[in-house]
Design a protein around this ligand. Structure first.
Ligand code: FES
Length: 157
């Protein structure tokens, strides 16, 4: 069932009241962020992620620090055919993303399990990672990730 909508009024520092709608169960920080409320210091834990899609277009989204790139793509309804087929359980390699070298160098080392699965990814590059295994950090703010042209689902091999 659809979650109930709730209305929240934020009484802002400048005296204005901003009224927004949200779904039941969300916390007030997320609600403020999703609605782009301009509150100093709020949303400091958000980063921008740009996805270069298969058609060459770039989609820019905002995400919370600590989320992985698969979840970010799903939450933002990015239309990537076959992406994230195993739902982040490290069993498919369809969440393969290609990073820019300087960003890639900043990422935590992949686990052996990720490397094994990456080997099966479509169009593997030297800066490839699995989106479900890479969580965004503040340092990565503004990063660009490229969606490969196709997917290879390791479970079909
Ligand atoms: Fe399947 Fe990442 S979603 S390995």
């Amino acid at each position: 069932a659809e979650k109930a909508k709730v209305t929240v009024h934020y009484s802002m520092a400048d005296g204005q009241t901003v009224t927004v709608q949200s779904k039941e169960g969300e916390n007030l920080l997320d609600i403020a962020i999703e609605n782009d409320l301009d509150i100093d210091g709020f949303g400091i834990n958000k980063v921008t992620v740009k996805f270069v899609m298969r058609d060459g277009s770039t989609v820019s989204v905002r995400s919370k620090v600590g989320e992985n790139l698969l979840d970010i793509a799903i939450e933002n309804d990015l239309d990537i055919d076959g992406f994230g087929a195993c739902e982040g359980t490290l069993a498919c390699s369809t969440c393969h993303l290609i990073f820019e070298q300087p960003i890639y160098d900043q990422l935590e080392e992949p686990t052996d399990e990720e490397l094994d699965m990456l080997d099966l990814a479509f169009e593997l590059t030297d800066t490839s990672r699995l989106g479900c295994q890479v969580c965004v950090t503040k340092a990565l703010d503004g990063l660009t990730v490229k969606v490969p042209e196709g997917v290879a689902d390791a479970r079909d091999v």
